[in-house]
Design a protein around this ligand. Structure first.
Ligand code: GTP
Ligand code: MG
Length: 395
């Protein structure tokens, strides 16, 4: 099931059409953004004749497919057929890029294309390149689209255009689902929830409740056990579970017991996905391997609570970080609000699951750390990373 998700069918990808005049730099744009020399480029007008599809992962948007098209200004007999094909592609696009060569003399020559895209009511950006090393002063402010001036032959070009694309696409993206992408009706799901001393008396914690409810809504049969009963639970079932969700604190133990073919995840990985940008958390976790002696690490919790003997934020995560890295780390704990000015001293921030805050709040916290240049991960993702099973878990 997980591999099916990896190989996203083209139909499920966000379609981004790349349009413009012949020789505008459309194929060059696709090569730059995908980081691959896949589309043929040349100074000869009419190089691209048929639509070319290039799938890629544009994070955090997810799977997309770029469509290279023939120039829209081709007036030849054959050209008319090509223009029709390009227009057909525009009909299928969720977003568009209008590539304008810096050799273009007037912005008005592009107005027809802008009108066509606007009629589709899809988000788009205008990329004005620097063909032949010449920059352009063309202005498309009245189009309402984000305009990027960029030399596509410059090494920073990919980052610049991706940023603009992500910016216009991100509001169109639905919030991620908790479990619906991992299960189907009738699936057996085993939940492991150790009721340790941190567990609140008489009830389950919010992530356990939310995941259970979501799985039930998705038509699954759910079995919840404590650590001691995992093996007994597996034996009691008539077949292997379709998914196992574990508390991340016992990841390693559970991973040893659960057969490798059974998809495994944790409550915190699932919560990280809906609470924030999980890809940024994963990227942040990779910073753990780059820590050195004396580096400062900030551990953050959204809400203040009474710290217990083996508190996850004050004891377990610091101990794991020190053991895993073997470095002398200076670790600070904070809860509640933060002052941005104090962040830049830190080499890494590790946030709690944020069960009491909403997605927007966590996303803006991630932005704040990104702007301060501090990699940020969260408890669950960091634990999965340090246990070496980030590649094993699904989300
Ligand atoms: N220096 C520089 N050259 C560029 C830039 N963008 C495009 N070019 C050049 O412009 C020429 C045309 O680029 P292509 O990507 O083939 O243009 P196209 O729009 O795909 O053209 P057709 O397929 O013929 O419609 C190539 O020689 C590119 O190397 C840029 O930003 N800087
Ligand atoms: Mg081309």
């Amino acid at each position: 099931m997980v591999s099916e998700i990896d190989q996203t069918p083209k139909a499920l990808r966000v379609h981004i059409g790349v349009f413009g005049d012949t020789n505008a730099g459309k194929s060059t744009f696709i090569n730059v953004v995908t980081g691959q020399e896949i589309a043929l480029t040349s100074p000869v007008a009419g190089t691209t004749t048929d639509p070319v599809f290039k799938p890629m992962e544009l994070l955090p948007i997810g799977p997309v497919v770029f469509i290279d098209t023939a120039g829209l200004d081709d007036k030849s007999e054959l050209g008319k057929v090509r223009v029709e094909k390009s227009m057909e592609q525009l009909g299928m696009c969720d977003a568009a890029v209008l590539v304008v060569s810096s050799l273009t003399e007037s912005a008005s020559s592009q107005q027809g294309y802008i009108d066509l895209i606007n009629k589709k009511n899809i988000p788009f950006i205008i990329v004005i390149n620097e063909t032949a090393g010449k920059s352009s002063s063309l202005d498309f402010k009245s189009s309402g689209a984000e305009t990027v001036h960029v030399d596509l032959h410059n090494k920073d070009a990919a980052g610049t255009v991706k940023k603009a694309l992500i910016n216009v696409l991100k509001d169109r993206i639905e919030d991620p689902v908790l479990t619906a992408n991992l299960v189907k009706p009738g699936d057996i799901v085993l939940l492991t929830a150790p009721q340790d001393i941190q567990a609140p008396k008489g009830r389950l914690i919010l992530p356990e409740v939310q995941v259970t409810r979501d799985l039930l809504d998705n038509g699954c049969m759910v079995m919840t056990v404590t650590s001691q009963n995992i093996e007994a639970a597996l034996k009691s079932l008539s077949r292997l579970p379709d998914l196992v969700v574990t508390d991340s604190q016992i990841f390693r133990e559970v991973n040893k017991i659960i057969p490798a073919e059974v998809p495994l995840t944790s409550f915190s990985m699932l919560m990280a996905k809906i609470k924030g940008d999980i890809y940024k958390f994963i990227e942040g976790a990779r910073q753990i391997d780059r820590l050195n002696d004396g580096d400062r690490v900030l551990i953050l919790e959204s809400c203040a609570h009474h710290a217990l003997d083996d508190d996850i934020a004050r004891v377990k995560i610091p101990a794991l970080l020190r053991k895993y890295t073997g470095k002398k780390l200076e670790i600070d704990n904070v809860s509640g609000q933060l002052v941005k000015a104090e962040l830049s001293d830190y080499k890494l921030a590790v946030h709690c699951g944020g069960c009491m805050v909403n997605r927007r709040a966590m996303l803006s916290k991630q932005d704040m750390f990104e702007q301060a240049g501090v990699p940020m991960t969260n408890f669950g993702v960091a634990i999965a990373y340090m246990n070496g099973i980030l590649d094993r878990v699904c989300y």
